[in-house]
Ligand binder design. Structure first.
Ligand code: ADP
Ligand code: MG
Length: 255
């Protein structure tokens, strides 16, 4: 069976103050339907550049991406807008992703409307269901986003991301700004959602412990390359690359 997503030899360079930076050097990865792939690497290793290319927020210099059987990088216009519903993003800072003055209900109503849930009554029902999926009471639909805690905002961001019934969620440092206990609950929520709804995830973080908690497989990036890929337990227990060993050594221990 072909994977849900395959990234093939993606390269990307930036010119900054006359210097050429190779952000991605022939990166290849695949994600199966319903699978969580953790992408871990030190700051500057190219993770966010890859996620932005994947979300079609940035173009690449070379390579190809197939998503749900289609040539993802050549889609444009209405076809791209339609297909975008199937791949959704959760960012580190949920406030940057939506208008802080809006109510939670409005934040969730927009994607439902754009993706063709025509009746207002049906959308209200779906909003209540989405809130329930992310562990928030239905009354939260009436609250302004800015009145929510960081963890609650990230729950709303996840609810919005799953509103269009995507087959893939891309989460870039989605829990990195949260306190440890809140982070743990959001990770539990992601694992539950993934099990219940079978959504595949590309879970990106610089923190191997966080990636380990949610991923089936882990890919390690270093200097714009994928240097190691394997089952999550194996990468953590027996890292093969220098970069993976450094990330394992950086995980704090309680004894
Ligand atoms: N818009 C840009 N202009 C110039 N350099 C960039 C730009 N975006 C990213 N880079 C560079 O590309 C490399 C990878 O960055 P990034 O993808 O943000 O890494 P990560 O998310 O792993 O921290 C870094 O060297 C970074 O400085
Ligand atoms: Mg980043």
């Amino acid at each position: 069976m072909s994977p849900l997503l395959s990234i093939e030899n993606i390269s990307k360079g930036f010119s900054s103050s006359g210097r050429r930076v190779v952000a991605l050097d022939k990166v290849s990865l695949a994600i199966a339907a319903g699978e969580t792939l953790g992408l871990v690497g030190a700051s500057g290793s190219g993770k966010s550049t890859l996620s932005r290319i994947l979300l079609r927020l940035l173009s690449c210099d070379a390579g190809a991406i197939r998503f749900e059987g289609e040539d993802w990088l050549t889609l444009k216009g209405a076809a791209l807008r339609r297909r975008r519903a199937r791949m959704q993003m959760v960012f580190q800072d949920p406030l940057a992703a939506f208008n802080p003055l809006a109510n939670v209900g409005t934040v969730l109503d927009d994607p439902l409307r754009i993706h063709g849930v025509a009746s207002k009554h049906r959308r209200a029902g779906e909003i209540a269901t989405l809130l329930e999926h992310v562990g928030l009471p239905a009354e939260y639909a009436c609250r302004p986003v800015r009145a929510l805690s960081g963890g609650q905002r990230q729950r709303v961001a996840i609810a919005r991301a799953i509103a269009t019934r995507p087959s893939l969620l891309v989460l870039d440092e989605a829990v990195s700004a949260l306190d440890v206990t809140v982070r743990g609950r959001i990770l539990e929520l992601l694992v539950d959602l993934q099990k219940q709804q079978g959504i595949a995830c590309l879970f990106i973080s610089h923190d191997l412990a966080v990636v380990r908690a949610v991923s089936h497989r882990i890919a390690v990036m270093d200097g714009g390359r994928v240097v190691e890929t394997g089952p999550a337990a194996t990468v953590v227990a027996a890292p093969q690359s220098e970069a993976a060993r450094a990330l394992v050594a950086a995980v704090p221990r309680l004894w």
